[in-house]
Design a binder for this molecule. Sequence first.
Ligand SMILES: [Zn+2]
Ligand SMILES: [Zn+2]
Length: 326
Amino acid sequence: MKSARFFVSGAATGYNFGDMEITFWGVRGSYPVPGPGTVRYGGQTSCVEVRSSGGGCLIVDAGTGLRGLGQKLAREGGGAAQTHHVLLSHVHWDHIQGLPFFEPAYIPGTTIVVYALLTAADELQQVIGGITRHEFFPVPLEAAPARILYHEVEPGLRMGIGDFSVLPIALNHPFGAVGYRVESDGTSLAYVSDTAPFTEVLHKQHFLRGLEPLSDGDRTVLDQIRADLVQSLRGCDTVIYDTHFLPEEYARFPHYGHSTPEHALEICVEAKVRRLVLYHHAPTHDDDLMDRMSRDYKKRGASMGIDVITSAEGMILRIGVQGVAA
Ligand SMILES: [Zn+2]
Ligand SMILES: [Zn+2]
């Protein structure tokens, strides 16, 4: 991590016990872009660590940010056998590329449970394990000392993982993706990446097909996905949302499967969310542009009653009883 660690909420009040802690290890979409232009917001791809005050830990997405998190977890574990839970939004590169570099995978006795949506005909093990086929990587994932278990998630079907309650949510992305609402410590967090708005069919198809005219059936399905998303986010304290594009960029690439901060705000206002975190930043957005977006959408959010913050690599958020009351 290159950027300084900083704290938002909770820490400002000195209230920590009973809070959920969220650490951003990678906030970039598409591909990693570390370099002089991304020093402040970071260049690693999607990965977020969620901790409960009871010591529970969830890893959400396994982009290149996972490498740094794995080093920390291995250090903390001191070589002891541990179980790690990794929730994947989907299996595009920017959400799985850190898996072969996850240090705990090479510690004997470790168990890694990977949760994902089955979006192809193959088993999850073949899809996710396939990234370390011998043509691509020297050590096959199944040959790593850790035991890797795969758990297929189903949108709407709640899961209990340690002291977390986790609800998978269907999203609108080429070949599908899922978001997650995570509850613990009397508060709630949602992770909504990757998703396009709900005006075009993208789920379950490749974007090279381009945008096609919507049938009545398509419209019904999209309306249902959107309604379920709003319902799933209702009253959520903090929502991390795919805000990859500025509006003018979205207009050029509506079939890429990503949203703008405007789309995210619309959903958050409807769901009465307290805070929106801008996330999955386009690799072409350098620090200066991110500063401008951060400032502009903070103001826009305030006028709509939503606290908007922009995620940066190394940022730690604490949300909890105090945060909700505030
Ligand atoms: Zn992505
Ligand atoms: Zn994607």
